[in-house]
Design a binder for this molecule. Structure first.
Ligand code: AGP
Length: 610
């Protein structure tokens, strides 16, 4: 997730305006940034690794001349943060500059054929293929907008791009699956990943739809539909909407809190993570398979992701995986594991000191370290032998939400690849599993759309309760533990996340009339046992809140409150969907109890003390 901005001013210098816009997009990524402008037939670029203000202090972005410019704030996906990998990227002749947000899946093939045709590419990014392709296209096409249109049908993946060239009359932007909005002002026209970028200049905005291209000039914006042939069909002018948001609201996408925004971003984050290149996952899976012992190490929510993935590894790949809380690792596995062990280290921040400390010990013992993280260039990436990046984009709310579901998606994909290697899955079966996994972003969208208000009511109903149980069996145990962690950390309510079968060995003693017990109960092979656990709680007059399939009539009948889930959600991947109502529950419980969900007390986004 990066932030892009493009601007065409009627008069004045565009660079200071773009710099300030980038500041307002910095929440989308901040490992490097850059600005390109065009003036008197020449492109000017300043870019570097680091935060916008620091780069500006060194390079002075504001000195770039011209009324047309583009800017980018990067959240690295292909290639580490560096000056070379920072956007904008240019073609061989310095005639075209491009900024891009998204992932070009077939960039490797495009890059190889460009190099064969004599192009010199300087970065490791997927984006850099774009200016070079446009360079070729401009040899046979006069207008920039036509040249851009011509190359887009060959781009697989997602993009929001802004392009300028030395002709210096127009800026072209296009979109497929990555956000892009137009801002229509009186003194300038803009395109950006998000409204805050141009909010101080204009409140009039238009959403550019997938497959649309816009050409911005000092006279306004002309919209086109991209044809599959690479041609353009001009669209009739569209009425802009007027945004009423304050800047603070706009930064949160109109949501009152980052956490709520991030819950709503989960389908997108998942989709991006499911685009991780097959070869990369395959390589990871092969490395895992080489080792006799597989052990996951993580903390907090990331630990819960590893707990869930144990079931995936076992049921899909036939491989047993240990899962150890990072802070406990030095006491239990440091001395017992060696070079026949592979460690799967999971951390959204890549900076959790418990996890880093554990990994240092395990590395000394000779273990191979494979990291899964959301943060490029974080400390964990330097300790690891190889790294997989989840594609959640920066997560600002302290509570992990979208990073959790992307970790699960990553581990699920890995388990399928591993299953093919171990022979537990035939190729056809593995393809079916991938199909099921790829359906989850849409299912998540429908859960978010259809269940939020119901969970909000549920939170209202139980908000005064001092204590909760969250119970699940099998893979749902991890979901239940995550639900309990969320409500504890956000609403400051006591909660226990427990394996449902184990609840009768002690915790049940706490249950009395009206005690709320949340059951996470997909229709998998544990369901017949969970039915018994519900009966045990019911007969002690507990209030039963169940998250189960909308087709599970028996559980629905037994429960006081039900959050029904789509029956098409595959059981082995169920935590990815079933966790969503629990995130909403914790969020709304916090709000109703008067606490800020974005900054819970005593917690930090990255915990860097042992
Ligand atoms: C989750 O909501 C918490 N903020 C916390 O448990 C977190 O998951 C934990 O500190 C681990 O962080 P990491 O993924 O960055 O390593």
């Amino acid at each position: 997730m990066c932030g892009i901005i493009g601007a065409v001013l009627v008069q004045g210098l565009v660079a200071p305006l773009i710099r300030q816009s980038l500041k307002r997009l910095e929440y989308r990524g901040y490992d490097s940034s850059g600005i390109a402008t065009v003036n008197a037939g020449r492109i000017y670029i300043k870019k570097d690794k680091g935060k916008i203000d620091d780069i500006h202090r060194r390079l002075n972005f504001d000195a770039l001349p011209g009324v047309i410019g583009i800017g980018h704030t990067r959240w690295a996906t292909h290639g580490p943060p560096s000056r070379q990998n920072a956007h904008p990227h240019i073609d061989c002749s310095n005639r075209i500059a491009v900024v891009h947000n998204g992932i070009i899946e077939n960039y490797q093939e495009l890059r190889e054929s460009l190099v064969d045709r004599g192009h010199i590419l300087l970065s490791e990014t997927d984006t850099e293929v774009l200016p070079h392709l446009i360079e070729e296209s401009l040899q046979t096409t006069k207008e920039l907008v036509q040249a851009v249109a011509k190359i887009l049908p060959q781009i697989e993946g997602s993009y929001a791009i802004a392009v300028l060239d030395t002709s210096g009359t127009a800026l072209v932007c296009a979109r497929k699956e990555s956000p892009l909005l137009l801002g229509l002002g009186t003194t300038g026209f803009y395109c950006a990943s998000d409204v805050p970028a141009f909010l101080p200049m204009t409140r009039k905005t238009l959403v550019l739809e997938d497959g649309e291209i816009a050409c911005l000039t000092a006279q306004g914006a002309v919209l086109y539909r991209l044809l599959s042939t690479g041609g353009l069909a001009q669209l009739p002018p569209r009425q802009p909407t007027t945004v009423q948001w304050t800047l603070d609201m706009a930064e949160k996408g109109g949501y009152p809190h980052f956490m709520l925004k991030e819950i709503h971003e989960q389908p997108r984050a998942l989709l991006d993570t499911l685009r991780i290149r097959k070869e990369k996952l395959q390589k990871f899976a092969e490395e895992i398979n080489k080792h006799q012992t597989v052990c996951a190490v993580a903390a907090g929510t990331s630990y819960h992701a590893t707990l869930a993935s144990r079931y995936m590894f076992s049921q899909i790949a036939g491989r047993f995986m240990h899962s150890v809380v990072a802070s406990e690792s030095p006491e239990i596995i440091d001395t017992s594991l060696g070079n026949d062990a592979v460690i799967i280290a999971v951390s959204q921040s890549g900076e959790t000191i418990d996890t880093l400390h554990a990994l240092k010990g395990l590395k000394r013992q000779g273990c191979t370290i494979l990291a899964i993280t959301n943060t490029v260039d974080s400390s964990i990436t330097r300790l690891a032998d190889d790294v997989l990046y989840t594609q959640a984009g920066p997560e600002i709310g302290v509570a992990a939400t979208k990073t959790f579901v992307t970790q699960l998606a990553c581990l699920a994909s890995l388990s399928i690849h591993l299953g093919e290697i171990t022979g537990k899955q035939k190729h056809r079966e593995a393809s079916e599993l991938f199909l099921k996994l790829n359906k989850i972003p849409d299912l998540l969208q429908s859960i978010i759309r259809n269940r939020e208000s119901l969970v909000k009511e549920t939170a209202q109903q139980y908000v005064a309760k001092p204590s909760f149980f969250f119970l699940g069996r099998g893979i749902s145990r991890a979901t239940a533990m995550e639900g309990a962690l969320k409500i504890k950390e956000l609403a400051y309510v006591h909660a226990e996340g427990y394996p449902a079968g184990e609840s009768k060995h002690g915790p049940i003693a706490l249950v009395e009339e009206g005690f709320p017990v949340v059951f996470v109960a997909p229709n998998d092979r544990t369901r017949r046992f969970i039915l018994g656990n519900i009966m045990e709680m019911k007969s002690r007059l507990a209030e039963i809140i169940t998250i189960c399939s909308s087709e599970d009539e028996r559980l629905i009948e037994l429960s006081d409150r039900v959050v029904a889930m789509p029956p098409t959600l595959s059981n082995i991947f169920s935590p990815i969907g079933y966790v969503v109502p629990l995130q909403f529950l914790a969020y709304y419980a916090a709000i109703q109890r008067g606490f800020s969900p974005d900054q819970p007390r005593n917690l930090a986004k990255a915990v860097t003390v042992l």
